[in-house]
Design a binder for this molecule. Structure first.
Ligand code: DAH
Length: 341
């Protein structure tokens, strides 16, 4: 018995544990319930009772040394593969990278810009913080025009020496800036945000988008305006769309009109969106008023031109069947992610 213990002790001492498999093999051989050390303990009952305490003591020492070797090896191996080192599970699905999407308003604006640039229009932009002079005065608004009312316009500073500063209420002041800056012929569109102090609801918001158009050349007529708007509308809303020009009034155009297209949701039959009329209003337009030309240093005897201004947000709502304009401005990713390519 004693020699068996000494032999086993030697085997245990010589056993090299350098990885998890070897550790497992060591345990199976020596320390498990049916291992070789347990086997020796089982033989203790056959030992002479007088020798039993001493042999029992030797066996305990053997067991302790084997257990100690297991603990030592476990610690050593755990250190070699720290828990912080990521273990890669190659069967896991990969993580998706988040990809942004073009805002629906920008998609619609993009289509509008493509149609007009293909017709030869350039793109001009202007500031959203604008001088009262450009937003109203030079566009032939009389001094007491109701649009200047605090109810409609966000004034930023009043009574400054350079004039009142406001958030532009339309994109028409960009026309003024272009005319002051360039010699005719002029052919531009001006897309951008505009601001109005209106009651906020599902249908109207304090900020929205417009796209302005301006064409000034020799002998430009209302027929040119109609043809351009027709061509635009067919490309934007479908080749069978019909148009209706209704006489209207704007201080900066004469004559002026508002343009309706046949409702592209019901095809003109009449529905909830077009309020049973079969028509949707898409823009205001007209021939540039001679006063506006003069205000901007262009001779109205020599040049004529047309202008138009259309909303972008309503078309966006209708195209994507969004029922609340506020959704276009809240930048809620749950809404925006539905428009990824
Ligand atoms: N500025 C007008 C608005 O905000 C829209 C408009 C109408 C622009 C007629 C024009 C135009 O250029 O000719 O309601």
């Amino acid at each position: 018995m004693e020699t068996s213990i000494i032999q086993l002790q030697q085997e245990i001492d010589l056993f090299v544990i350098s990885n998890a498999q070897e550790l497992e093999a060591f345990k199976l051989e020596f320390t498990v319930r049916k291992g070789r050390i347990a086997g020796l303990f089982a033989q203790l009952k056959n030992v002479d009772p007088a020798d039993r305490p001493r042999i029992g003591q030797l066996l305990n020492t053997l067991k302790q040394s084997a257990d100690g070797k297991v603990v030592e090896a476990e610690e050593r191996l755990a250190e070699a593969t720290p828990a912080s080192q990521p273990t890669i599970d190659i069967s896991m699905p990969g993580r998706r990278t988040y990809c942004g999407s073009e805002h629906p308003v920008q998609k619609v604006l993009g289509d509008m810009k493509r149609i007009f640039t293909a017709m030869g229009f350039g793109i001009a932009t202007g500031p959203e913080l604008e001088l009262d002079e450009y937003n109203f005065d030079l566009l032939n608004f009389p001094p007491n025009h109701p649009a200047r009312d605090m109810q409609d316009t966000f004034f930023v500073t009043r009574g400054q020496s350079e004039g009142d500063i406001l958030l532009r209420t339309h994109t028409s002041p960009v026309q003024v800036r272009v005319m002051l800056d360039q010699e005719p012929p002029i052919r531009v569109i001006c897309p951008g945000k505009v601001y109005r102090n209106e009651a906020i609801s599902a249908r109207s918001y304090c900020v929205f988008h417009q796209l302005e158009g301006l064409y000034i050349d020799k002998n430009v007529s209302f027929a040119d305006l109609k043809a351009t708007i027709y061509s635009f509308a067919r490309q934007m809303f479908g080749s069978d769309v019909k148009l209706r020009f209704r006489p209207s009034f704007f201080p900066f155009t004469e004559p002026s009109a508002e343009v309706d297209v046949t409702c592209y949701l019901c095809g003109g039959k009449g529905c909830r969106v077009c309020k049973k009329s079969g028509w949707l209003e898409i823009m205001g337009c007209g021939m540039v008023h001679p006063n506006v030309m003069r205000n901007c240093g262009i001779d109205p005897e020599k040049w004529t031109g047309y202008a138009f201004g259309m909303g972008v947000d309503r078309t966006t709502l209708l195209r994507y069947k969004i029922d609340d304009i506020r959704l276009l401005f809240e930048n809620d990713v749950r809404m925006l992610s539905q428009f990824s390519a």
